[in-house]
Design a protein around this ligand. Structure first.
Ligand SMILES: [Zn+2]
Length: 348
């Protein structure tokens, strides 16, 4: 049974600055969108303030920490030095990539959990490895497509991350460890770590049962969540995570990108993500036939013969199609034929 309705400010207050924009979503919760100096993808950084607590969830890209500093100063919070808790939904560079750098500017602990533990000693190396799609491109595509895709990905904001080169190995040592299922006490909040793997093998959702807030990271996006073999993502885990969060009586959904949702729109957001998976699966089954066909041709066929725009969207589509394909192969519903011309797929 649900409790009394959760109150929220009737007007959300916006603020713009050279650093980006912010909106006050609740009396004690702000969403920042810091500018991205090297790309177009904006990340939602959430700031929770309660008495002496100043918690930041997903501080964003590692490229320009001065933007976060300026935003926290302009909001009257005292800048990075005043932050008491660094919290995360997942390990990707746009959410947790700055962790080791923030450690140099502030003593507050960074939450960690078992799935990220092995990577903490070489955090920047880990970021570069996850963002390097080269091994996947070489395996999934034959020439001349392989070289074309590799050239196009070179120097992109995440694909060309080079954290190691720019910032050194970056060991993340100032940490506080939590188990999955455990709750973090942050000011008046109790944030429970919920298994939300799929888009990232270490993805969490943070669930506040009293306020009924759900910080969902990149589990629920307007676009299909990227599920890339290159980044160790998993479609079965993703679907299980969708089912898990659909059981939570959330009143405020705080996503890693895009706009927050309230009330019934939350169930719609979960349904939309589930539908995106189902329709991708269906389109792939319709595109497959007895003729051996490569990933690129299949994906192009599925979208009506033309690459999607912008290119970043097309890469996600290719990666997701490949993830679906490998699952069909694993389940014995499609067959993979390997040759010098790269892998091709047929119906069984
Ligand atoms: Zn993200």
């Amino acid at each position: 049974m649900r409790g009394p309705p959760v109150t929220h400010p009737s007007t959300e207050t916006y603020l713009r600055g050279p650093w980006g924009s912010s909106v006050r979503i609740e009396d004690d919760l702000w969403r920042l969108r810091l500018k991205n100096p090297v790309g177009t993808l904006l990340v939602n950084t959430f700031v929770y303030r309660h008495r002496d607590t100043l918690a930041v969830i997903d501080p964003g890209w590692p490229w320009d920490l001065q933007l976060l500093e300026d935003a926290l100063v302009e909001l009257g919070f005292g800048g990075i030095a005043a932050v008491t808790d660094w919290l995360y939904t997942h390990s990707h560079i746009d959410h947790m990539g700055s962790a080791a750098l923030l450690q140099q500017r502030n003593d507050a602990p960074h939450m960690i959990w078992p799935w990220v533990e092995a990577e903490l000693g070489q955090w920047h190396h880990y970021q570069d490895r996850v963002n390097d799609w080269t091994p996947w491109v070489e395996e999934a595509f034959a020439e001349p497509l392989r070289s074309k895709i590799l050239a196009a990905r070179l120097g992109r904001s995440a694909g060309g991350a080079r954290m190691l080169e720019n910032f050194g190995p970056g060991a993340l040592t100032h940490t506080r460890r939590y188990e999955i299922g455990e709750s973090i006490a942050v000011g008046a909040l109790r944030l429970q770590l919920v298994d939300a793997r799929g888009h990232d093998p270490s993805h969490l959702a943070l669930w506040e049962p009293t306020r009924r807030w759900l910080f969902s990271g990149d589990l629920l996006l307007a676009m299909p969540s990227p599920l890339s073999r290159a980044m160790g993502d998993d479609l079965d885990l993703y679907e299980a995570s969708l089912r898990r969060v659909s059981d939570l009586p959330a009143e405020l959904l705080l996503t890693g990108h895009g706009t927050h949702q309230r009330g019934d729109d939350i169930a719609r957001a979960v349904e939309r993500s589930a539908h995106q998976v189902e329709s991708h699966d269906l389109a792939l089954r319709q595109a497959l036939n007895a003729e051996p066909t490569d990933l690129y041709t299949l994906a192009t066929r599925m979208v009506g013969g033309k690459e999607l725009e912008p290119t970043s969207r097309w890469w996600v589509y290719l990666a997701n199609t490949d993830t679906h394909l490998q699952r069909l192969v694993a389940r014995g519903e499609a067959r993979r034929l390997d040759s010098d011309e790269g892998p091709r797929y047929v119906t069984r």
